[in-house]
Design a protein around this ligand. Sequence first.
Ligand SMILES: C[S@@+](CC[C@H](N)C(=O)[O-])C[C@H]1O[C@@H](n2cnc3c(N)ncnc32)[C@H](O)[C@@H]1O
Length: 329
Amino acid sequence: MRISRLELAFPEGAAGQTLVLGADGAEDLSPFDRASTLIVEGMAQHFAALKARGFNVATEADGHFDTVLVTLPRSRDAARARIAQGAAHLKPGGALWIDGQKTDGIESILKEIKKLGGISDTQSKAHGKIARVDDPAAIPADWASRPLTPLPGFTTRAGVFSAEGIDAGSAMLAAALPDKLPTRIVDLGAGWGWLSAQILAHPGVTQLHLVEADHTALECARLNITDPRAAFHWADARNFSLREPVNGVIMNPPFHEGRAADPGLGAAFIKAAAGLLTSAGRLWMVANRHLPYETQLGQHFADVAEIGGDNRFKILTATGAGARNRRTR
Ligand SMILES: C[S@@+](CC[C@H](N)C(=O)[O-])C[C@H]1O[C@@H](n2cnc3c(N)ncnc32)[C@H](O)[C@@H]1O
């Protein structure tokens, strides 16, 4: 729990107008006064949970702050971009803090910043570190986030899933889809939109809903897919609903929450998919071969089959979503 580090770094509470870049919806943020703190958080479920707790939450920072706390994301380039963003939103003389887990690379990034201008007030606790940046102006301007081009016509940003190229599982799923697809489809966990673009290239599709929790990924998808049949939803797939059921769900569900493997996430996506489909509708999904999703599929669908894969992935399809699922949605 990083609260033990935050309490050491801010024993009297964070000073002045404060910006927190990245926070978990359930974490203890007691050093931060709700009235004077803005939290920037792009994952829909954390955003909603923080908002429900009474914090000011946004997906973009606005203005300048006395204290900025950067929470280190896992991707190195995304971490640098977030630190540059933090420095850019600091008032002159303000305090820039960086906090992160060892597994997310806090030690190497602090070492790098130490060489650039120094760090102080370092605290180590709970498998992580927090430190204050001595010279925020020394953070290189070229650390700022910039668009990446994983393939021609597509744009991504560091930190979004598979930002450097097409995911192998998604490629296998796309290759296994039948030529003609159902009319109304949902892509749960649509990322930057590569799989959705493949879906839209099939005959039969009249509407495609892209559902994605990561705000940055969804903004990339909006740039990548300009087809008027596409609708974009910044939402937690686990409780996403539509007014009318659809007749197709296609998904490459996540199986990590942060760094920890969580097959429960994929299981929740399966339940959500069943809740979105008509009973004649069909789900296609890809999963890592070792994940036992057939059990969840069997709980929510009448017919389940494996239609492809290799030693790494399996392609599963299911139909016959129960009326019970739709009633309990
Ligand atoms: C394995 S990736 C697949 C991305 C994309 N479909 C592709 O083919 O490249 C899973 C996606 O689910 C998103 N995700 C994770 N948790 C989510 C949630 N609770 N609700 C919606 N999307 C989520 C991740 O941000 C990621 O983009």
